[in-house]
Design a protein around this ligand. Sequence first.
Ligand code: HEM
Ligand SMILES: *[C@@H]1O[C@H](CO)[C@@H](O)[C@H](O)[C@H]1NC(C)=O
Ligand SMILES: *[C@@H]1O[C@H](CO)[C@@H](O)[C@H](O)[C@H]1NC(C)=O
Ligand SMILES: *[C@@H]1O[C@H](CO)[C@@H](O)[C@H](O)[C@H]1NC(C)=O
Ligand SMILES: *[C@@H]1O[C@H](CO)[C@@H](O)[C@H](O)[C@H]1NC(C)=O
Ligand SMILES: *[C@@H]1O[C@H](CO)[C@@H](O)[C@H](O)[C@H]1NC(C)=O
Length: 332
Amino acid sequence: MLRLALVFSLLFTLCLSSSAQNCSTYTSFSNNLSFSSCNDLPYLNSFLYWNYNSSSGCLEIAYRHTGVTTTNWVAWAINPNDLQTAMIGAQALVAFQLSNGSMRAYTSQISSYTTNLPEGNLQYSVSDLKATYANGEIVIYATLSLPINTTNINQVWQDGQVSNGSPEPHSGANSNINSKGTLKLLSGKSAASSGGSSIARNRNIHGVLCAIGWGILMPFGIIIARYMKVFKSADPAWFYLHVTCQTSAYIIGLAGWAVGLNVGSQTPGVQYTGHKTIGILLFILGTLQSCLPMAMVFCPYGVLRAIFVFLGISSLRSSSLVFHCCRQNSPV
Ligand code: HEM
Ligand SMILES: *[C@@H]1O[C@H](CO)[C@@H](O)[C@H](O)[C@H]1NC(C)=O
Ligand SMILES: *[C@@H]1O[C@H](CO)[C@@H](O)[C@H](O)[C@H]1NC(C)=O
Ligand SMILES: *[C@@H]1O[C@H](CO)[C@@H](O)[C@H](O)[C@H]1NC(C)=O
Ligand SMILES: *[C@@H]1O[C@H](CO)[C@@H](O)[C@H](O)[C@H]1NC(C)=O
Ligand SMILES: *[C@@H]1O[C@H](CO)[C@@H](O)[C@H](O)[C@H]1NC(C)=O
């Protein structure tokens, strides 16, 4: 039972960790800078790192954009107004590489969709602004002075090409239009705006479905089989309850898994390789676990059954889940 509890708590953490962050594994900031909070931004291979003191309004940020070349510009901005037309009114930090190889980092207040990002002061005071380029990554560093007690800001980020030392318009692709959201400075979590929320929402759906299917219903079904079976009065009710539980657990888990795959394909810049591998492995084991008992029920005698029993016992070595269901379901 202890082992079973262990397996399921592992499953549960896996489900919940689907909202885990990759940004936190990166620590190679220049000048030994370090940041207490970070977010994987949902579009454009971007990550935001920050330290914030709400009683002074002092916000130190590092905006990291991976997968860029020396001809890209990148920008991160706060929009104090709204997220509908988030580009207009954006208080932007812009960076790109100059032809002599040094990085230019400057501020630009955006007032129209035809801007070429001229340098200009922001409505916040900005200090320690600089940018680095290495290994296909641009990082913009800055310290901004926000109004005291600010807790949420609208953030916008973007990338584009530089031509003759001047930023060209960015693409109008979905990821360039949805690259905006609310940043909760105190919680370290990003609640994406209506435009950019579908990935965040799907990621939550994936986590919840997986947790309900694999993490709650499936262990519950096993507990039913294990502990209700001993009461004669509960026969055969326990079996139907158990089958219902395992079937719905599998269907819900399958749906969660599919949503997870979808999230994975929507966010090519953000990958959780370990999570993905374990998820796929568990899905295969879960499928075996659900199919084998069925096969045993419908095929109670003969060589096939022997094969199924053999398969069931082999996969026992990798997962105690499989074994339990095969055994518990066999008496019918
Ligand atoms: C070279 C400078 C830029 C030009 C010429 C430019 C042009 C445009 C245009 C024409 C659109 C409308 C596209 C459409 O609706 O299909 C747009 C949208 C957008 N741009 Fe830019 N842009 C520039 C820089 C930036 C920067 C620096 C940011 C962010 C830091 C940004 C963020 C956005 C966002 C989030 C949208 C989606 C609509 C919105 O929420 O306003 N843009 N841009
Ligand atoms: C960064 O920290 C290391 C070790 O703590 C130190 O040797 C180095 O001088 C520091 N570099 C800067 C730029 O502060
Ligand atoms: C935050 O800012 C306040 C006001 O300037 C200051 O007194 C306090 O020491 C700061 N806290 C930290 C952790 O830096
Ligand atoms: C590159 O050019 C900019 C201005 O054009 C200048 O400020 C900067 O010092 C130059 N950097 C190097 C390394 O020469
Ligand atoms: C900031 O919040 C603190 C605590 O809620 C409050 O005492 C203070 O007056 C606020 N300051 C401003 C400038 O709003
Ligand atoms: C997570 O971040 C690390 C450190 O920057 C990076 O090397 C790795 O590629 C990221 N993970 C994936 C699979 O994208």
